[in-house]
Design a protein around this ligand. Structure first.
Ligand SMILES: N[C@@H](CCC(=O)N[C@@H](CS)C(=O)NCC(=O)O)C(=O)O
Length: 206
């Protein structure tokens, strides 16, 4: 029995999409971050920092969204996280690039412009956004070039690297990030958004 503990934010979206793309049966338990449910004693047993996502599968409890995506991809026996070492390394490379570089700065905008405003009624820190903008201007061209002549980021096969990236970039319209100069990134996001499993995952998460 697989149970996913989640709330609608990018780190949770990627886990839900991976579960749906891998064809897994699961139960979703919403942990309402706005109500502080992440800090309940029972959730702290699943995630020592009191965050989402987390999963329970039989005897296993797991947190950290990228680790969960890798686990769920393998659980479904899918090609989302290929077994061949070189292909897997390519997926890891782009997953890390997104998590530590380009996608990280997208999420900085999300934090400043969406989360702070919505949950804490605070304005964005413009100095932080200026740094994020500078980093994106350096890093988005790398992603745009990688998508030249190929549909997906790694091995030109749909993988958790695309899912991780999608979960970050699909929120850009909620921020002032302008992707007008990056047509391949926009096309990549739109193509992933249209996948039936992605639509099911996002509808379930709300
Ligand atoms: N590195 C973690 C980050 C988890 C994280 O920051 N989760 C946020 C939602 S995206 C959260 O639960 N925040 C609630 C809190 O910190 O109280 C992952 O990828 O799973």
């Amino acid at each position: 029995m697989l149970r996913i503990y989640a709330f609608p934010t990018p780190n949770n979206t990627k886990v839900m999409i991976t579960a749906e793309e891998a064809g897994l049966r699961y139960q979703l338990s919403r942990v309402d971050l706005a109500k502080g449910e992440q800090r309940s004693p029972e959730h702290l047993r699943r995630h020592p920092l009191g965050k989402t996502p987390a999963i329970e599968h039989d005897e296993l409890t797991l947190f950290e969204s990228n680790a969960i995506c890798r686990y769920l991809a393998g659980l479904g026996g899918s090609e989302l996280y290929p077994e061949a070492l070189a292909a897997r390394a390519q997926v890891d490379q782009w997953a890390e690039f997104l998590s530590h570089h380009a996608g990280r700065w997208v999420l900085q905008f999300y934090w400043e412009e969406v989360i702070k405003r919505h949950f804490f009624r605070q304005p964005p820190d413009e100095a932080v956004l200026a740094e994020a903008q500078t980093m994106l201007e350096q890093q988005l061209p790398v992603l745009e070039r990688q998508l030249e002549g190929q549909t997906f980021l790694a091995n030109n096969r749909f993988s958790i690297a695309d899912i991780i990236g999608y979960s970050q970039f699909e929120i850009c319209p909620q921020t002032r990030i302008d992707l007008a100069g990056y047509p391949r990134i926009r096309q990549w996001v739109d193509a992933i958004k249209a996948r039936p499993a992605v639509q099911r995952a996002q509808a379930a998460l709300g």
